[in-house]
Design a protein around this ligand. Structure first.
Ligand SMILES: [Zn+2]
Length: 185
C-alpha cells in the first residue's frame, strides 16, 4: 500500500515537472516571428489561452515581475532580445547595461518602431510605459536616468523577453576578422 502511494506521488510529481517544463518550452504563439512586422490583433481571450500565466500577467495585464528574478538581468551574452509574445526584435545585447534596479535594463531599442510609448499615471506616479510595437504587450517603463549615449533606462520585465544568441556564423566572422587584424600587424 505504502509503495503504491509512493509510486502515485512520484508519478504526480513527474507529471508536474513535465507540465511545468512544457510550459517553459511551449511552442511559440501562432503570430510569433522575428521578421513579420504586420500588426498583431489577437484578442485578450486568445492570449490567455496561448501564453504561460506569468507572461500573460505581465504582457497583457501590465503586471511586474518580482525584481531580481529574471535570468536576463545580469546576463552578458551577445545576441538579440525579442518580444516573448510575438517575436518582435526589441533590444541588442550591446545596449544592455547593469542598472542594479532588479530588471533587465537597456539604453536604446533596436529601432524607433520596435517600441511604443504611453503615459502611465498608475500608482500615484507619472511614468512612461513601453509596449511592444507589434503586439502591444506591456514590457516595462523607460526612465531618464540611463547611461550615455541616450541617457535612457528601459527597465524591462525579463519574462516578456526572448533571447537569441548571436549566430554562430556572425561569431566566426568576427573571429576571422580578429585573426586578419592580428595578421595584418
Ligand atoms: Zn510583441
Amino acid at each position: 500500500m505504502r509503495i503504491k502511494l509512493v509510486m502515485l506521488v512520484c508519478s504526480v510529481l513527474a507529471f508536474w515537472f513535465q507540465s511545468s517544463y512544457a510550459q517553459i518550452t511551449t511552442p511559440k504563439s501562432p503570430v510569433y516571428s522575428h521578421t513579420d512586422t504586420s500588426k498583431v490583433t489577437t484578442s485578450e481571450t486568445e492570449w490567455k489561452k496561448i501564453l504561460p500565466a506569468e507572461v500573460f500577467q505581465v504582457a497583457r495585464l501590465k503586471g511586474t515581475e518580482r525584481p531580481g528574478t529574471s535570468k536576463f538581468e545580469t546576463s552578458k551574452e551577445i545576441g538579440t532580445y525579442y518580444c516573448a509574445v510575438c517575436g518582435n526584435p526589441l533590444f541588442k545585447s550591446d545596449t544592455k547595461f547593469d542598472s542594479g534596479c532588479g530588471w533587465p535594463s537597456f539604453y536604446e531599442p533596436i529601432s524607433k518602431t520596435s517600441i511604443v510609448y504611453h503615459t502611465d499615471k498608475s500608482l500615484g506616479m507619472v511614468r512612461t510605459e513601453v509596449t511592444c510595437g507589434r503586439c502591444k504587450s506591456h514590457l516595462g517603463h523607460v526612465f531618464d536616468d540611463g547611461p550615455p549615449p541616450t541617457g535612457l533606462r528601459y527597465c524591462i520585465n525579463g519574462v516578456v523577453l526572448d533571447f537569441e544568441k548571436a549566430k554562430t556564423a556572425e561569431k566566426s566572422y568576427a573571429k576571422k576578422n580578429k585573426k586578419e587584424a592580428k595578421g595584418g600587424k
